[in-house]
Design a protein around this ligand. Structure first.
Ligand code: CA
Length: 367
């Protein structure tokens, strides 16, 4: 009994010592205050929210010592100016979509997605395990940036059209709000892509300044009300089989962080990457049902349009590979990885998914 009691006392004393030691370590860590310029408006609660998820988790892990304050697009830096701001050190970080910056170099697209690229799971496999993160980070280094995957929408919708589009000829002269490489592919098919920030799309569509607009998917699109003026809702958004967002951090600021804060930020970005996708998969089904109840006409893009867009996309990629070394360096391994993923997904995943999505569940007792 005596020895047991001594053991207990020693154990308790040991635990008490550890409890005292833990805050001592935390106290030695510095107070860090960062500003994060989001590229997204606060009204886009799902995507903008990814930045808030990260800030809250980092603060919680570090006992409030590492604080990141997130600003909506335009509050301190314009939506499309955040890479410059991080590069110059005006802000420490941005939560953004890399493909907003294809005007600087088309290679920025890989971190988000490419038309006819990979779905969310395949993109994560490439980024986390397939060498993708190393490749994009090597590219971002020239912009003083280190990137962390931090959100995804999954496959997006193809957008809102005032009139039906059935053939490639129907796209001719069609003024469509669609950004990035998707816009470039659309222009190769005869459409006239327009870059319009989220808040200005509705009036442009209402006035007839544009004939069509893509945004995200049912949940975000419903809030902007496009269904009232452009009832034809197309799918899929072949230019965004997934759309991955990232936290871009100024490398010097990253290197200054204690390793505990680096780990906290990295973990929080993983969380945002998982959480945003789950949020969309939770919210989109209800929003789609509500849109259909409101009279929205759902259409799949015709095989003719899909095939022409697919072909035009890969023509664009090959042309870019011939003239842009940074593109080629990522494109070649990306292309190979994507094919390997398709080979695997075609077997188990697609077979079961196709069966389940097309087969009503049996009712027990019924033949
Ligand atoms: Ca989109």
């Amino acid at each position: 009994m005596k020895s047991n009691r001594r053991k207990f006392i020693t154990g308790a004393a040991g635990a008490a010592a550890a409890a005292v030691a833990a805050p001592a370590i935390a106290q030695s860590l510095p107070e860090v205050r960062w500003r994060c310029a989001s590229s997204f408006p606060k009204s886009l609660d799902t995507i903008y929210g990814g930045g808030e998820v990260i800030a809250k988790r980092v603060a919680a892990i570090t006992g409030g010592k590492f604080q990141i304050r997130v600003f909506g697009a335009g509050e301190i830096v314009p939506a499309f100016g955040t890479v410059d701001a991080v590069q110059q050190g005006t802000v420490e970080c941005t939560h953004t979509a890399s493909y907003y910056f294809v005007g600087k170099n088309k290679t920025f697209a890989f971190d988000t997605t490419l038309p006819f690229g990979m779905n969310q799971r395949q993109q994560n496999a490439w980024i986390y395990w397939g060498g993708g993160l190393q490749l994009v980070r090597e590219f971002f280094r020239d912009f003083n940036i280190i990137s962390f995957p931090a959100g995804n929408t999954g496959c997006q919708m193809g957008g809102w059209f005032r009139k039906e589009v059935k053939t490639v000829a129907d796209l001719k002269g069609l003024k469509m709000r669609i950004a990035g490489l998707g816009g470039e592919v659309m222009s190769r098919l005869g459409a006239v892509p327009q870059q319009i920030p989220g808040g200005d799309i509705y009036p442009a569509l209402e006035r007839g300044t544009i004939d069509a607009a893509e945004w995200v998917g049912p949940y975000d699109d419903e809030k902007l009300g496009f269904f009232k003026i452009a009832p034809h809702y197309y799918y899929p958004g072949w230019w965004e089989a997934c759309s991955m967002y990232s936290m871009f951090v100024n490398i010097k600021e990253w290197e200054k962080l204690p390793k505990e804060y680096q780990a906290a930020l990295e973990a929080a970005c993983y969380e945002a990457n998982l959480d945003m996708m789950a949020e969309y998969d939770f919210k989109n089904p209800k929003a789609l049902q509500s849109l259909v109840k409101n009279g929205v006409k759902l259409h799949a893009f015709s095989p003719e349009i899909m095939k022409a867009a697919h072909k035009a996309s890969f023509e664009l990629y090959e042309e870019e590979a011939a003239k842009n070394p940074s593109w080629k360096k990522i494109y070649e391994p990306w292309k190979k990885f994507r094919q390997d993923e398709f080979l695997w997904h075609r077997v188990a995943e697609q077979t079961l998914t196709t069966f389940l999505l097309n087969t009503p569940d049996p009712v027990p007792g019924k033949k």
